[in-house]
Design a protein around this ligand. Structure first.
Ligand code: TXA
Ligand code: MG
Length: 307
């Protein structure tokens, strides 16, 4: 299936398909998403079938405006407004008590709902045109790498989708930070918006993700993983294949940026590229950096966890 350009007739076609309960692939600034009408249980069910995803793994509802939050959450805590002002539209997801109109299919049976306002203009246009909230997990088969380019969508999803809107490479490159605002603020999934940035906005400290018990169904030890086994190493030898911070010593090495923002942006496409080659193992040079690298380390540990 050829991705189509984010021009008006195509965005209208995507909106129309969503209103009919069909699935479309949309670009977001984090990763590409597999979208469905979040209020339509059958449409949401199709997402789980397409991805082969367990039905207790909750989805994120993507909305276009602050005013829409009240349609999805039953309570809006005081923390939300400053966070929204600082980070929305953008790669922050908040978990709130769910409104009764949100189907349990969307929340994986939970009484809470995850919501974010994404920043990609094509996706915001589809939300506006359809007037829907969009349930949108990453557009990949369960457990695999999230796509950050329209041409990286796994063909196994094609029979389930109406179209793929090509919005160019994702600007952030890894999935949003998930912050629970049910009870004490708590990060459930690290992302490129860091705990420190959130703390600065809230004026209070939040539990860091490695202290917390895993409250979030859908957080697995192995996840975001290439099909080829991958391991973390201190350094790549001249004949190794994988991701390095030094110059590539052979065609099966990719030099990665040494700053977190650009590393995150390139990570999944570099792993997807490696996955296409006939390799036995992908070696990934362990970053020794700390500040700003927490979310990247989380994804690298998941990508290299034993399968
Ligand atoms: O950047 C992103 O968030 C991307 C783009 C497409 O927006 N979406 C994404 O969705 O990563 P997904 O389905 O791959 O990951 C959603 C995760 C769940 O696996 C779960 O860990 C958490 O968000 N989550 C969703 N709803 C939750 C809830 N009610 N309570 C706790 N965690 C929840
Ligand atoms: Mg995912």
């Amino acid at each position: 299936m050829r991705p189509i350009r984010p021009i008006e007739p195509n965005l209208r076609r995507a909106a129309k398909a969503l209103l009919e309960g069909k699935l479309v692939v949309l670009p977001t600034e984090t990763v590409y998403g597999l979208a469905a009408d979040a209020a339509n249980p059958e449409a949401v069910h199709r997402i789980f079938s397409a991805k082969g995803r367990p039905s207790d793994n909750p989805l994120i509802v993507h909305v276009g405006f602050m005013e829409s939050i009240a349609n999805w959450a039953s309570e809006i805590p005081d923390e939300l407004e400053p966070l929204a002002r600082a980070f929305w539209p953008g790669p922050l997801t908040v978990v709130l008590p769910k409104h009764r109109r949100v189907p349990f299919e969307t929340t994986g049976g939970l009484d809470s709902v995850a919501i974010r306002i994404p920043s990609h203009t094509a996706t915001l246009a589809v939300i506006q045109e359809s007037e829907l909230g969009l349930a949108m997990p990453s557009a990949n088969p369960f457990m695999n790498l999230s796509p950050t380019r329209a041409d990286a969508i796994d063909p196994s999803l094609f029979p389930f989708i109406e179209c793929i809107i090509d919005g160019g490479p994702s600007r952030v490159g890894i999935e949003s930070t998930v912050l629970s605002l049910v009870g004490k603020p708590q990060i459930l999934r690290p992302g490129m918006i860091s705990a420190e940035e959130i703390e600065a906005v809230l004026g209070q400290s939040i539990q860091s993700s490695d202290q917390k018990e895993r409250l979030s169904p859908g957080m697995y030890q192995r996840h975001y993983a290439p099909k080829t086994p991958a391991i973390l190493v201190d350094e790549l030898d001249a004949t190794d294949s994988g991701l390095t911070f030094s110059y590539a010593q052979n065609p099966n090495q990719i030099q990665m940026p040494s700053d977190a923002i650009n590393y995150a942006k390139k990570l999944y496409s570099a792993l997807a590229d490696m996955e296409q080659r006939d390799l036995e193992i992908i070696k990934i040079q362990r970053p020794t950096y700390t500040d700003g690298w927490e979310a990247i380390m989380d994804r690298l540990e998941k990508a290299t966890a034993p399968g």
